[in-house]
Write a protein that binds this ligand. Structure first.
Ligand code: DLL
Length: 434
């Protein structure tokens, strides 16, 4: 463990620490930011009356819209001269929000990413190739500072240019690759199509640090098999800090939340009620140690579940389940609620399909129509039409039986859906344009 004191802290002690830090953070936001002060006053919440974790229920929520309304620096709680960096998020949906960091905040950011890397088994002996984008997006610089903090030789290659990624993996002896899961698959495809001579399994590559978008267990299996690596999930959001809010460990069953820095709650997205541990809902974050840009009860829109188990890795930190989607990414098709990741799971169960797909939702008259364009494996595509048609029928049936929707399935040629170097664009919702 990178920081055993906090990562293996007994539960009661953690609660005590969180209470202390919450008091500090709520007061910090209230005293040093006019927007929070107005918001707390308007809802009748007085931070000096905050006595126990149960009091969280009385604290008003912060939404993405609040952040947008305060663009660019309206949520800062320190003088601008103390802010040493900004990042910005387009979010998975919607407009930009800006987050600032003091140098202490950057230290915390690097610490939680170093903890994440260490929980995947990386050490200062590793060579970390950071193929997340560098820039306003938190992925590149976030992984970079975390890698350096752990002592890895950190290679700031940024996203894209697959040929160069492969060259550096070989020449530098890269052992850890950080990128989105869709880019990892993109690399696997590239190798298959363009570089059959390059045997990635003979390189030193052993760990994938994959996140920034939802991905399924089936996708993990595929990435691990094709690239010959152990693929681990890393989760985070810019508003809270960036990557490193939570991370998987060797158990690969849920991500430990670094709850000495981020206080988490699960709420019902419709009513805002806090749900008991173990129930699925929207995860809400409160920063416990952030100076420049505190977030107080930030509604992430990410859907997950929180639970404690006795993890084989020895960490006592609460776990969050893989994020299956966002409450605002949820597609409602003829009344049925569906997340893109569920569609992906169905597709991955059908042999002959590739994990490259696009969901197009449209409305003709009063009814929603969904078309799923899915790539088929090369070997099947060259088969007779009869084979393709029976594959198509099989998918249509799976959609009907498992998801309860009738979808138009279009099988497309291998490599015909645009590949991403960052987050994949899975859904085109034409209804929003109407
Ligand atoms: O995506 C931070 C990040 C960078 C995480 C690199 C991991 C690796 P944003 O651009 O602000 O920040 O987008 C945050 O992306 O609310 C989730 O909906 C989604 N997301 C991030 N990580 C995961 C993940 C970065 N591991 C939004 N699984 C979040 C599922 C994820 N969704």
């Amino acid at each position: 463990m990178f920081n055993r004191e906090f990562e293996a802290m007994p539960l009661a002690e953690m609660k005590k620490l969180q209470l202390e830090r919450l008091k500090w953070s709520l007061n910090h936001a209230y005293k040093n930011n006019a927007y929070y002060a107005r918001k707390f006053d308007a809802s009748g919440f007085d931070p000096s009356s905050f006595k126990s974790l149960d009091d969280m229920k009385r604290v008003p929520f912060l939404t993405k819209q609040d952040m947008r309304d305060n663009y660019p620096f309206g949520l800062f709680a320190v003088p601008l001269k103390d802010v040493v960096r900004v990042h910005s998020s387009s979010g998975t949906t919607g407009n930009a929000t800006v987050v600032g960091y003091t140098s202490k905040d950057i230290d915390v950011f690097a610490e939680v990413v170093a903890r994440s890397l260490s929980s995947y088994g990386a050490t200062s002996d590793d060579i970390l190739q950071v193929a997340y984008g560098y820039g306003l997006f938190t992925g590149g610089l976030g992984l970079h500072y975390g890698g350096e903090k752990l002592g890895c030789l950190t290679v700031p290659i940024s996203g894209g240019n697959t040929e160069r990624q492969l060259m550096l993996i070989k020449d530098f002896g890269t052992s850890v690759l950080a990128c989105t899961p869709s880019y990892a698959l993109n690399i696997a495809d590239y190798l298959e199509k363009k570089r059959p001579d390059y045997d990635i399994k003979k390189t030193s590559l052993r760990i994938g640090v994959l996140g920034a978008e939802p991905w399924t267990e089936a996708m993990r299996n595929e990435i691990e098999t094709r690239l010959g690596i152990e693929a681990y999930d890393i989760y985070g959001l810019s508003e809270v800090i960036g990557p490193g809010v939570s991370a998987e460990c060797s158990a690969k069953s849920g991500m430990h939340v670094f709850e000495d820095h981020f206080y988490v709650e699960i709420i019902d997205p419709d009513t805002g009620e806090v749900l008991p541990e173990g129930e699925k809902g929207e995860i809400v974050y409160t920063s416990l140690t952030k100076y420049a840009c505190p977030v107080i009860r930030y509604r992430s829109r990410d859907i997950t579940r929180l639970y404690h188990d006795s993890c084989s890795c020895g960490r006592t930190l609460v776990k969050m389940e893989k994020v299956t989607g966002r409450s605002d990414d949820m597609l409602i098709i003829r009344g049925v609620n569906i997340f893109p990741s569920q569609i992906e799971s169905v597709l991955m169960e059908v042999e002959g399909t590739e994990p490259h797909y696009q969901i197009i939702v449209d409305r003709s008259g009063a009814l929603d129509d969904v078309e799923v364009r899915v790539e088929v494996a090369e070997k099947i595509f060259s088969d007779e039409l009869k084979v393709l048609e029976s594959l198509r029928q099989k998918i249509v049936e799976r959609f009907r039986n498992v998801l309860g929707i009738s979808a138009k399935i279009t099988l497309v040629e291998p490599m015909s859906i645009a590949r991403s170097e960052g987050k994949a664009v899975r859904v085109v919702d034409k209804r929003k344009l109407k």
